[in-house]
Design a protein around this ligand. Structure first.
Ligand code: PEP
Ligand code: MN
Length: 368
């Protein structure tokens, strides 16, 4: 069952989907009828987008922020369908949402990152979808746990749904990075390798968190043979009631889509013929994360340098250094890493840290 072998290929879901990649665009949230219809009309004019997205019920981190317009917005989406050639998709988080979406002819449902993480909620959704022939896209959970992502897809699959797809929206970064959510491409490559029958789409907007990196992330996704993109698009991003920092205008969307290079796209059969390339992509992703962590470590070093200087403490603290070697060597061994290799790395990192702290202390002395 878990191989998802008989999942229906994305390009067979609707006659409009023959040409992949599938582009989904629309606002984070439906806010007003005018905002929805103007955004949809402009998006449709480019002829590059097939599906219009809009959040009707919004999962917000803190209460009191805009929690979605609710079912009224579903009527606006029906107008979008009537006035443009776009299909529609909406996030559902409970059976009532499903009932309302189906009543208002929403074409595709999607399950949000917070819901995917909760097996109780996903099971309730799966039960509500029994016997219904509607496509469902499942976003990855906020935490980098591929098993709960697959588990959610399996729950839907078990009820008989065969039009299923995964959406990669990145993972919560425990430390700040330049992206809102860490892509962890190595996990996606593993997912694609393990479940070749499962269509995977990318949501570069939630990975990027700003318009700045959407182009780059979209390209990366296509290069990995990801089947579609979901890009948050708003007629007036600055005024958006949710995710205002990351949405692009329909004109900006058009530029992003025009600049994408589709040549590298592989056919489904040769999708992963180039195993070496897959391994390299994984290594690239892990190296990026390693360098980001090193940069974060050095930032803490700056702070500790300042702190020691303020309290007139020497840079080198031998007891601390011994403890670092001891604990990291033990951990390295547990992880199956060569002891000498770990020691060399630790020495290099420590040397750089000491030099950095010395620079900071000298600078502080000079400033005084
Ligand atoms: C969204 O698509 O607007 C959204 C809430 O996304 P996610 O579930 O990925 O956070
Ligand atoms: Mn959003």
């Amino acid at each position: 069952m878990s191989a998802f072998k008989d999942i229906i290929p994305l390009n067979e879901w609707f006659s409009e989907f023959v040409d992949l990649p599938l582009i989904i665009a629309g606002p984070c949230s439906a806010e007003t009828e005018r905002q929805v219809l103007e955004t949809a009309t402009e998006i449709a004019a480019s002829n590059k987008v097939k599906v219009f997205r809009a959040g009707i019920w919004k999962p917000r981190t803190r209460p009191g922020s805009f929690e979605g317009i609710g079912k009224e917005g579903l009527k606006w989406l029906e107008k979008v369908k009537a006035e443009t050639n776009l299909l529609t998709t909406v996030e559902v988080a409970n059976p009532k949402h499903i009932e309302l979406c189906l009543k208002h002819n929403v074409d595709i449902l999607w399950i949000g990152a917070r819901t995917t993480a909760n097996p109780f909620s996903v099971q309730e959704l799966a039960n509500a979808l029994k016997g219904v022939d509607v496509p469902v896209m499942i976003k990855n959970p906020v935490n980098p746990d591929i098993n709960s992502w697959i588990g959610a897809i399996e729950r839907l699959y078990k009820t008989g749904l065969r039009k299923l797809a995964a959406i990669h929206r990145g993972f919560y970064p425990f430390e700040e990075t330049y992206l809102r959510n860490i892509p962890k491409w190595e996990l996606i490559i593993e997912l694609l390798r393990k479940y070749p029958g499962l269509p995977v789409l990318s949501d570069p907007s939630h990975i990027s968190g700003s318009p700045e990196y959407i182009q780059e992330i979209s390209q990366k996704a296509l290069d990995l043979n990801i089947k579609g993109l979901m890009i948050e698009t708003h007629i007036n991003p600055e005024q958006a009631l949710s995710d205002s920092q990351q949405q692009v205008t329909p004109a900006e969307l058009d530029i992003i889509l025009s600049n994408l290079n589709y040549r590298k796209q592989l056919t489904p059969n040769s999708a992963f013929a180039d195993i070496l390339e897959q391994y390299r992509e994984k290594i690239d992703s892990i190296d990026t994360q390693m360098l980001e962590l090193l940069a974060q470590r050095m930032e803490v070093i700056d702070d500790i340098g300042k702190y020691k200087s303020e309290h007139n403490i020497t840079i080198l603290q031998l007891r601390r250094w011994e403890r670092i070697i001891q604990t990291r060597s033990k951990l390295g061994e547990r992880l199956g890493l060569n002891k000498d290799f770990i020691l060399k790395i630790l020495q290099l990192v420590h040397k750089e840290s000491i030099q950095k702290q010395a620079q900071i202390m000298n600078k502080i002395k000079k400033d005084i």
